[in-house]
Design a binder for this molecule. Structure first.
Ligand SMILES: Nc1nc2c(c(=O)[nH]1)N[C@H]1C(S)=C(S)[C@@H](COP(=O)(O)O)O[C@H]1N2
Ligand SMILES: [Mo]
Length: 223
């Protein structure tokens, strides 16, 4: 791992203390429970079997040796991960459904990558951190709360169904936050910035809902 700060990684005791603090604050307890199959498809959505491509029209090509992921902002331990460092983080499989605001949903996508919780353990958000801004290689941005970013099923994915994520779907690496509409899942991920204040991203500035919960049909903002 290349490290912006060239300081040693946080000690195990510090990690433990941070996790204890998060547990005390109930910081990542979303209160969500498993849904009944009858409630699996959110309102206003229809199922598709293919996988549509949606983006702003520019699909950046990033060679693996030119790729890196910056994780910084309100954290104790900012990092810049190159491809090898990213691959040496703990790898996780997560299967989840996609819900796009344009009304298609796609079930059972198997993602492989680094769980956002493992990235939190690496960088240790400080007490001021409450929001996350995702920045992409195509200059797309989107914003979510720290709690949504830390969801148990959220993953920074490099692989879909056992195959490297294609460029059109956001490879080398995209975020997947399956409990929110898919525009929150930034493709071609470049930087994860932790912030104290919320800062709206591309679609949020253009009238889309700030939170984007599909079960509440948070498609557009009210104002
Ligand atoms: N970097 C980037 N990420 C993005 C987008 C984009 O234009 N640029 N579009 C978003 C939208 S609106 C959707 S629905 C999903 C689409 O992902 P897909 O093309 O893999 O289906 O990516 C999201 N992430
Ligand atoms: Mo979308």
């Amino acid at each position: 791992m290349s490290n912006d700060q060239s300081e040693p990684p946080p000690s195990a005791s510090k990690l433990t203390r941070t996790k204890q603090r998060w547990a005390r604050e109930g910081r990542f307890l979303t209160g969500r429970t498993a849904r009944a199959e009858s409630e699996r498809l959110p309102p206003g959505q229809h199922l598709v079997c293919d996988w549509p491509v949606l983006d702003l029209g520019e699909q950046p090509a990033i060679a693996l040796d030119a790729w890196n992921l910056v994780i910084d902002g309100a954290v104790d331990h900012p990092v810049t991960l190159d491809w090898a460092a990213f691959q040496s983080e703990p790898q996780t499989d997560k299967t989840s459904d996609i819900h796009c605001v344009t009304t298609w949903s796609r079930y059972d996508n198997r993602w492989t990558g680094v769980a956002t919780r493992d990235l939190l353990d690496l960088v240790l958000p400080n007490a001021a951190a409450r929001f996350v801004v995702l920045h992409s290689y195509d200059r797309y941005t989107t914003n979510i709360t720290l709690e949504d970013f830390a969801s148990d099923d959220a993953v920074v994915a490099h692989t879909w169904e056992g195959k490297p994520l294609t460029r059109e779907h956001g490879g080398p690496v995209r975020l997947v936050v399956p409990h929110l509409y898919f525009w929150k899942s930034a493709k071609w991920l470049k930087r994860i910035e932790f912030t104290a204040e919320d800062a709206q991203g591309f679609w949020e500035v253009n009238g889309y809902h700030n939170r984007a919960d599909p079960w509440l049909e948070q498609r557009y903002s009210d104002d």
